[in-house]
Design a protein around this ligand. Sequence first.
Ligand code: DC
Length: 229
Amino acid sequence: MKKIIIAIDGYSSCGKSTFAKKIAAERGYIFIDTGAMYRAVTLYALRRGWIGSDGKADTDSLVRHLDEIRIAFRYNPQREASDLYLNGENVEQEIRTIEVSGHVSAVSQIPQVRERLVKLQQEMGREKGIVMDGRDIGTVVFPEAELKIFMTADPEVRAMRRFRELSEKGEKVSLQEITENICKRDNADVTRKISPLRKAPDALVLDNSRMSVAEQMMWVREKIDKLVR
Ligand code: DC
């Protein structure tokens, strides 16, 4: 069967990763969460003190040390997903905190950071058979992807989903804090100068505000089947 690239873009907390992971598992494809990569660079910058209390990133220091940042995914059978390793350390938990979420927009605006991560993502997809989710996958990373999906959902629905997810993990965070973070990141994603979040002209829109995961899977199965036949 023909292998394809499936590019999934969309707003924060739309369930892109859950969806992408399920598709990958069903097809035996590799799943790459590119948001995790931007989060890992942000974590590195935070640890090195390159993000000030005003939220501004020390771009010069970060860019000068970009070569020191090694990012890799390794499959974790317990989670049935890949964990992100930053310079050999499993940081899958740390990159999901609200602190990292609050600073990732500043880091993902830096052209050199994007250039480096996009290159890495393109290498990961060379063999096809991948499902990659992010903000610029269908527009910049793989504009030639066979299937492009643009995901969206109402902001209130997204905030509630993220709230449940973080609460289940034991993170103490209010719904209001999450809603604010989501709105801020939406705005930063859309207004960013380089590679802003845009729907690729040939991307299919999937609004999952009122759709179950099973319904989303049914929707996508039909599209993929047509392409790999
Ligand atoms: O998907 P996520 O919320 O984990 O992504 C974290 C941040 O990284 C998000 O606020 C925007 C940025 N991002 C990006 O700029 N480009 C991507 N391809 C993926 C994520």
